[in-house]
Design a protein around this ligand. Structure first.
Ligand code: 5FU
Length: 278
């Protein structure tokens, strides 16, 4: 199964979307399964954070709608630093609407997410049409911008989706049946769905090779006062067989963010090495 294979081995699966293949290779070569959650409020702080942690991450996760001054400068800066330091951008938008609205939210407005984020996520509660709606909008955006590649950020110019299959917060209403439906529809749409936001790997059948990204990670288990629940990298990667740890405040609140990212990267990688070795 996928949990005993290395990222490098998994990247060779010909069934993968080009972006999933790129990400698994990137993790393998850069030796990091850390995604930093850039929950900051200004372009300056976002770009400084990317600069500080960029060497230690495979993905930078954003919430563009909490950046007070989000604009062209933010996008150009993100494109430049992600190209130079080699990481992908994941906008944690959690799309959840009818297909038609999703297409507008993905491609239009002041955020125009499709132009700069290679990965986005969506909940499946509106029904499975969310997947082809986003896939179609992504394809059209890439074709339309063929002449000005700079706008699409650094290569590879692919887009992919993570389904929001589980959440980290206490009392969330995501049922096991819902989670299984996410797996089902991911299998039907392997050309666009690269994996899941989930608390554990959902890969079950021999040829499942979805990438799992897990939020709610800190160096010790616990939570915050608003329902967030934390597990350790060892638990998430080693026991739950997730692929990527997503860390926000564990790094953002540290006095030295660079050093904190270095530590999380080390923990995440050790947990992975122990898992694939045993
Ligand atoms: F889908 C999810 C989820 O289930 N839990 C989360 O915490 C997303 N998140 C995001 O991960 C959340 O919106 C934050 O951006 C981040 C976690 O931040 P923390 O500071 O590490 O708790």
């Amino acid at each position: 199964s996928s949990s005993s294979k290395t990222y490098g081995e998994r990247s060779e699966d010909p069934d993968l979307t080009p972006l999933a293949q790129y990400l698994l290779r990137l993790i393998h070569l850069k030796q990091t399964n850390l995604c930093v959650s850039a929950d900051v409020h200004t372009t300056l702080e976002l770009l400084q954070l990317a600069e500080d942690v960029g060497d230690y991450i495979c993905v930078l996760k954003t919430h563009a709608d909490i950046i007070d001054d989000f604009g062209d400068k933010t996008i150009r800066g993100l494109n430049e630093v992600s190209r130079r330091k080699k990481f992908l951008i994941f906008e944690d938008r959690k799309f959840g609407d009818i297909g038609s609205t999703l297409q507008h939210q993905y491609t239009r407005g002041p955020l125009a997410i499709v132009k700069w984020a290679s990965i986005v996520n969506a909940a499946l509660f509106p029904g499975p049409a969310v997947i082809p709606a986003l896939a179609d909008a992504a394809r059209r955006a890439i074709l339309a911008h063929n002449t000005s590649m700079a706008e699409l950020g650094p290569p590879p110019y692919f887009r992919a989706l993570l389904l929001l299959a589980q959440m980290s917060s206490a009392g969330n209403l995501f049922t096991p049946e819902y989670t299984q439906q996410c797996l089902h529809h991911a299998r039907q749409n392997k050309n666009f769905v690269m994996g899941f936001i989930a608390q554990q790997s959902l890969n079950k059948e021999a040829d499942d090779n979805f990438i799992t990204m897990t939020p709610g990670v800190q160096l010790s288990a616990g939570g915050d006062s608003m329902g967030q629940q934390y597990n350790t990298p060892q638990k998430v990667i080693g026991e739950q067989c997730s692929d990527i740890i997503i860390v926000g405040r564990g790094i953002l609140a540290a006095r030295d963010r660079r050093r904190a990212a270095h530590e999380y990267r080390k923990q995440g990688w050790l947990a992975y090495q122990e898992r694939v070795r045993s």
